[in-house]
Design a protein. Structure first.
Length: 98
């Protein structure tokens, strides 16, 4: 039983963007002022967060986000495209992969 529990450890999703998606993210997000201005700035911060989460023992998975799919998902759920919606979207995607 313990082995099954360990195998099914909860996955923590971390939003991951491809370079060609970054400009689009900045266009659609309502909290754009809270985001790094460049993809490279974001990537450095995201890699640091990924390492920190991994060191803490979290089962972290990169969840690649297509910004247009995110925007459509937010529209279907009547949510603004902001940090809270991005977290919820990634959490749902991570759960689907679990």
């Amino acid at each position: 039983m313990t082995q099954n529990r360990n195998r099914r450890q909860e996955i923590t999703g971390l939003a991951w963007y491809k370079p060609n998606q970054w400009a689009r993210l900045l266009q659609v997000c309502e909290d754009v002022d809270d985001l790094p201005r460049t993809y490279l700035e974001w990537l450095e911060s995201a890699n640091k967060r990924l390492r920190e989460m991994g060191r803490s023992g979290a089962n972290v998975r990169k969840i690649y986000v297509d910004v247009d799919e995110l925007a459509d998902w937010c529209a279907r759920h009547d949510l603004p495209v902001d940090r809270h919606a991005r977290r919820r979207y990634v959490a749902e995607r991570a759960k689907d992969e679990w």
